[in-house]
Design a protein around this ligand. Structure first.
Ligand code: NAP
Length: 348
């Protein structure tokens, strides 16, 4: 077993890490960190647990420590669920101390020598680790996963990008409140309402997606070069982001070709049979009224993206529309980091 730690273990994403890692066949949780408010307490006393499965017995009595590498002993991999500003300062310290950091935070994602990876999409970008260690003199390293709405979108774009000639993509999101953390969106702001702004989200979707679909040329990543415009909204859903996607192609296509491309998509995690890999990363729904977050967010144990309403646009030529749902704190956060770590553990 590989000893692992969770940084920011008491938060929304930290709790998902604990839930997903509690019975993991390769990883064993041996360290939990949080802010100084929680350090020194038993995990059960430090965390206000929000998930509908109970706190795993194996972590209840672990003493939460300060988020400092000196406090985290004999750990090979740390999963980071820290707020961005804290992650920017702390994650490099863990990498410098020799640990492998699998991070959810956005702080390091667009650094030129830090891999931003979805295992089914761009596993070859992990080669940047060598450059990173050389540049920074670290024995450990940092690998990041994209933001939650980007992951779901990119898993559906990857097979289409490989097979068709994409000209432009427009995406409009309806994002769950859990994406903002437990205290992120006050109930008075979101109940009976929709908030048409999520700070920094549109910029992240636009830059991260093109980076993920970009080519690693042996030194750096050259981003994909089609147009992508995002419009992000917060809705009164607990978990599961919904996205309405509109794609303009250079050439005409058949809807059945699109469905076949999405349904047959498999990546390295499926080939390697990694523990957290869904059987198929994209699942097609044929019903008129699916996917829906409450019904479809747990597809593939929360690791698959459901796609429905796949149709040609009747007004604009050579254009495609579909709707997707992905679980934002599983495939969009903790599950994404864990799959990155499983891949690294398998191939490095
Ligand atoms: P959260 O619920 O607010 O949890 C934050 C965690 O960080 C808590 O464990 C907190 O500990 C700890 N923390 C706060 N300040 C700290 C400090 N100064 N030093 C050390 N630890 C500190 O946030 P979240 O929703 O889990 O998000 C965590 C990260 O994942 C963020 O970077 C977020 O952008 C990213 N992310 C979230 C999602 C999602 O769907 N929620 C998706 C993708 C990425 P205490 O309990 O002691 O305060």
């Amino acid at each position: 077993m590989v000893n692992v730690g969770i940084l920011g273990a008491t938060g929304m994403v930290g709790q998902r890490f604990i839930q997903l890692l509690a019975d993991h066949p390769e990883f064993e949780i041996t360290a939990l960190t949080a802010s100084q408010r929680s350090a020194g307490k038993r995990y059960e006393d430090a965390a206000t647990w929000h998930l509908d499965t109970g706190i795993p017995e194996s972590v209840k009595d672990i003493t939460v420590v300060d988020t400092d590498p000196a406090e985290v002993k004999d750990v090979e991999i740390v999963f980071s669920a820290l707020p961005t500003d804290t992650a920017a300062v702390v994650e490099p310290k863990f990498a410098a101390a020799g640990m492998k950091v699998a991070s959810n935070a956005s702080a390091m994602r667009m650094e030129p020598d830090v891999p931003l990876v979805i295992p089914e999409v761009n596993p070859d970008h992990l080669e940047l680790i060598e450059t990173q260690q050389k540049n920074r003199g670290w024995d450990g390293f940092i690998v990041t996963n994209p933001n939650c709405s980007t992951i779901a979108l990119t898993l559906t774009l990857k097979p289409l990008y490989d097979q068709f000639n994409i000209k432009r993509v427009y995406v409009s999101t309806m994002q769950a409140v859990s994406g903002a953390g437990y205290n992120g969106v006050p109930s008075m702001a979101i109940v009976d309402n929709l908030v048409p702004f999520i700070g920094g989200e549109e910029e992240k979707m636009e830059s991260e997606t093109l980076h993920l679909l970009g080519e690693y040329d042996g030194e750096s990543v050259v981003p994909a070069n089609f147009g992508l415009s995002a419009s992000c909204n917060r809705v009164a859903v607990l978990d599961g982001h919904t996205e309405a996607v509109f794609i303009e192609m250079e050439d005409d296509f058949e809807v059945d070709e699109i469905k076949e491309s999405l349904a047959s998509f498999r990546g390295m995690p499926q080939k390697l049979n990694l523990h957290s890999a869904p059987e198929a990363p994209v699942v097609i729904r044929e019903e008129d009224n699916r996917p829906q977050p409450r019904m479809d967010r747990n597809t593939g144990n929360g690791m698959a993206v459901s796609v429905g309403r796949i149709r040609k646009d009747e007004v604009f030529s050579k254009s495609l529309k579909y709707v997707l749902v992905g679980h934002n704190t599983i495939r969009g956060a903790a599950g994404a980091s864990i799959l990155n770590a499983e891949l690294i553990n398998e191939i490095m």
